[in-house]
Design a binder for this molecule. Sequence first.
Ligand SMILES: [Zn+2]
Length: 85
Amino acid sequence: MVLLEYKRCARCGRLLHVSKFHKNASQPDGLQMHCKECERIATREWQAKVKNRKAIKHMAQKMFDGEIPLNYTTAMELIRKVKDM
Ligand SMILES: [Zn+2]
């Protein structure tokens, strides 16, 4: 195995020192494809998405339970939002 000192991040495209990448044994070079900084951002985005999805599901449940009057446009909007995730 060739040990490279620098690796290009697949997300931000920057050429960074290998210390900026987390290790990943399943990758050929033993490192993650994305730099630590990008992974941090991705994790935060993912967490926000999950939180958002929970809020949408909660609202959809309320609608189906009859707590919120079921409106076709609102229902379709919710379905579209959930599908986008
Ligand atoms: Zn990056």
